[in-house]
Ligand binder design. Sequence first.
Ligand code: 3HC
Length: 293
Amino acid sequence: MAGTFETVGVVGLGTMGAGIAEVFARAGLAVIGVEADPAALERGRGHLEGSTGRALARGRLTEAERAEILGRVSFTTSLEDLADADLVIEAIPEVMDYKRALFTDLDRVCKPSAVLATNTSSLSVTAIAATTTRPGRVIGMHFFNPAPVMKLVEVVRTVTTDDGLAGEVADLARRLGKTPVTVGDRAGFVVNRLLLPYLNHAAVLLENGLAGRDDIDAAMKLGAGFPMGPFALLDLIGLDTSHEICEVLFRETRDPRHAPAPILRELVTAGLLGRKSGQGFHCAEEPQSPSSE
Ligand code: 3HC
């Protein structure tokens, strides 16, 4: 059934969207990358060229394979170019109003059989689906950063998702070389619901002066076997995205442990967003903990 997905649109070519586009192109599917304006489109193209360029430099791709992958991706600023896509994945910023507006447009533009998927990290897939005339064909397809490397895809089904669609999308994820898990539509799904409280708590401990940033990172890498410490991972995910996921978890659960740590909020307000802005927990001066003032 997954063979029915041959042309895929990816809307939003930031870190996640560009990584997702690369994953599909590597698996041999035709990809149409969409961005809002030409400058963002060029940045998206740059992400793809940079990522496949690094793979070439490491000897993981040949020149010919890289050219084939890049050749499968076309770029456009017009949603209308998605009219014939079999699947569209949305990877735009985590703002519900933007997502709902986009899905209304996709529903108008895309053929009736097309599946509309969101890569949202914590927002309600059900609420996004409800803006369309085809809620049965709307699903969550949640990739992890860096998308070309991380093996998991959370397939998020809602109460309105057609029977069988989650299975089709899970088969597609396997075709991409990923392992799917099917999850229900609750804030954060499985991974972010468990991961973000941990990352947020690390920021609280830093603020409380329990230990320094590098020591907390080293502790979790060397003592718990995580590939990265929490502050390195927050910088990778993006502090804005992390903050937003905590906000959504807090709104849905009212559990005070999910309330974003003040230091996280402060860095986001300052525009220090981690790798994407060049400064975050690791690139900035170590934040002063109140206990050291
Ligand atoms: N894009 C593409 N490939 C990348 C990459 C990137 N951004 N970063 C690393 N890679 C590749 C490297 O090219 C290398 O590939 P190779 O083995 O084929 O040569 C491989 O990944 C390993 O990279 P490195 O040797 O440079 O570094 P590490 O071994 O330290 O691995 C890591 C880097 C894969 C990022 C590892 O540290 C890791 O797994 N970190 C945890 C990441 C994580 O938890 N992600 C999930 C975040 S939550 C999320 O995304 C949900 C969202 O909703 C917020």
